[in-house]
Structures are given as structure tokens and as C-alpha cells.
Design a protein around this ligand. Sequence first.
Ligand SMILES: Nc1ncnc2c1ncn2[C@@H]1O[C@H](COP(=O)(O)OP(=O)(O)OP(=O)(O)O)[C@@H](O)[C@H]1O
Ligand SMILES: [Mg+2]
Length: 341
Amino acid sequence: MEKIIVLGGKGGVGKSSISAATAVLLSDLLPEKKILLISFDMAHNLSDLFKLKIGDKLTLLNKNLWGIEPDADSYAKKYTKDLIEKMKTLTRQMPLVGMLPQIEKFIDKTFTADSIPLALKNAMFFQQILDAEDINTQNIQFDIIIADFPPTANMITLFEIPEDQVKVVLKYSLNFYNSIKGAIRNISKMWRNIVKPFDDQEERRELGKDIFNMIVELEKRGERISDLIHNIGSLRLVTIAEKPSFEEIKRARDLTQRYIKLEGIHINMIIPEPKKCDFCEKIRNLQLSYTTAIKKEFKKLKIWQSEKLKEEPIGLDGLRALAYEVYGDNISAEEILKPKM
Ligand SMILES: Nc1ncnc2c1ncn2[C@@H]1O[C@H](COP(=O)(O)OP(=O)(O)OP(=O)(O)O)[C@@H](O)[C@H]1O
Ligand SMILES: [Mg+2]
């Protein structure tokens, strides 16, 4: 993996469109690289942009470009399934406890993917991609990932999770451990003199050790994903030349700086110079004054400006047209991947 480009910003400013346009252009410019465009917005819209049904499967979009709109639940389900199996194996090995049908039902009911927070599910999925784990029977090692993120607030939770997820999983596992202990205690009460399940320290230790190992494993992955984002992540904030969106990228810059390097700003949907339209001219002038203010505020960063296109930028050719509008006709992949101001 060489680079993870993350596009963020306020709602509706063109994050998805510029992510998709960037992905298409990079795949044209770098035919030898494997590129993945991934949506982390719950309200996925890559399918609309490419006029193709993408969904939860790695879908080929251009020769060397794949897209995916992951179903955050699917990986969490796989994870809980593994853990459930482990729990069941352990309880089965316990004297008498393993013979209680209630235990298995209880495990099935308690440990469900629904109880994992969405942001954690997304992080789990992201790890799966980074580790090139098998996704729909394809395990492709991607060189470049372009991530279309949800608007700022939700974007932050996605960055926070890899660092905090260990705590979440720990709490989650302890809750589970405690509730299973509680349930066993209740059953023991019912069968007072027949069953003495958790009397054996050894069994309890085994159960604890296994959960602990899963947490350590997740912790390692969490650290890896944070390191990767620190080292090869590149945030680009998208804004339009208007006050609310400008304010939002200033906040986003402050909120994200501990997680990822901000490398550029896209000022999108600037009204083209009008021929004869007082209204358009007025808006354009206002936008130009905000464009100046944005450049001043982010003066050390690469700034890309793009006008509002007459045609909706969808389909491969529409996205290519947007990419040329954003980056210019003679751009090199290097300038996109390692922008200099
Ligand atoms: N430069 C442009 N010229 C014309 N239309 C554009 C341009 N950029 C984006 N659009 C259009 O603006 C709309 C919003 O764009 P997009 O969905 O990419 O924004 P977003 O920031 O991803 O939104 P959300 O926050 O809802 O995910 C879309 O209809 C898109 O086609
Ligand atoms: Mg979007």
C-alpha cells in the first residue's frame, strides 16, 4: 500500500464526485497500479456516480480500478460468528455447562453484530481491506485507496475508532463475560446441587484468556491502521466558496490533525464567468472573495479550484471531465499523489 487519499468536507460539496473523478484519473494515469475507491458514507452513492450497481462486492470500474460500498454489518457478523464459535467450544468443554442447551442459545442471543457500534464495524471492515483479507473471494493487494468519507462529524468518529476500539471491544467483551457468568449463576441456582460450573478456576481463566487474545489481536490491528493513516494517509478537504462550508473545513482541519496529514483543499463548484447575468455575476464575485479568503487561510497547502460543470459529472466520461476540471489537462499522477503548493 502506497497511499490512502481521504476526501472530507461538508455535505453536498462534491466529496464523492471528486473522490470518484480522482480515482478514475489515477487509474488512467497509473495502469500498473491497483486502485480501490471505497465509500465510508452510510448513504453510499458510488453506484449512482458510475451508473453501475456496486454494493458490497468489489466491482471493477475501470481496468485497474475497483469500487466497493461496504455493508458495515457483514464483517462484524463474521467477527461475532468466530467469537461465538469460540465461546461455544469453550463452554462445551466445561463439565456439565456444555450440556446445557440454554447456554448456546444465550451466546447466540447476546453476541450479535447489532451490538457493535457502526463506526467500529467500519473500522473492522477497513482493516480487512488493508490486510487484503479475502473479500468476496478476491484478495487484491491495493496500491492506492481513495476513501469517500461522510461529512465531518461522522468522519471524525471513523478516525477515532482505531485508537479507541480496543476500549470499546474490551467493554463489550467484559459485558458479555459478565452476563454469561450471571446466566450460569442463575442456572446453577436452579440446579443447585447438580451443576457447579465455574468452580473450576482453570476454566474461567481459559475463557478469559481467549477473549483477551482476541482483544490483543484487535489492538495490534488498531495500531496498524492508525500508523498507516499517519504514514501514508492524505486528507483533502472539499469546500465550495461559501461561508458555512469554509467554516466547516477550518473545523475539520483542527479536528483531524492528530490523525491524518492535511495535504490539500478543493474549492469546488465555482460559478463560471458569466456572460450576461447580474445574479450569476454577483454570486461569482462573492465566491471569488471566499476563494481568496480560503487561499489565505490555507496558504501552505495545495489548492485545487474547479468550476461548476454544465453537465452532471457522472459515468466514466463525466467523471473524467470533472477530473480534468479539477486537476487540469496535463497533470501527472505524482502531482495528485504528492501535491506541492
Ligand atoms: N464541479 C461540479 N460541477 C457540477 N456538478 C458537480 C460538481 N461537483 C459535484 N457536483 C454535483 O453536486 C452534487 C453533490 O456532489 P457529491 O454527491 O459528490 O457531494 P458530497 O459532498 O459527496 O455529498 P454528501 O455529503 O451528500 O455525500 C452531485 O449532484 C454532483 O453531481
Ligand atoms: Mg458523498
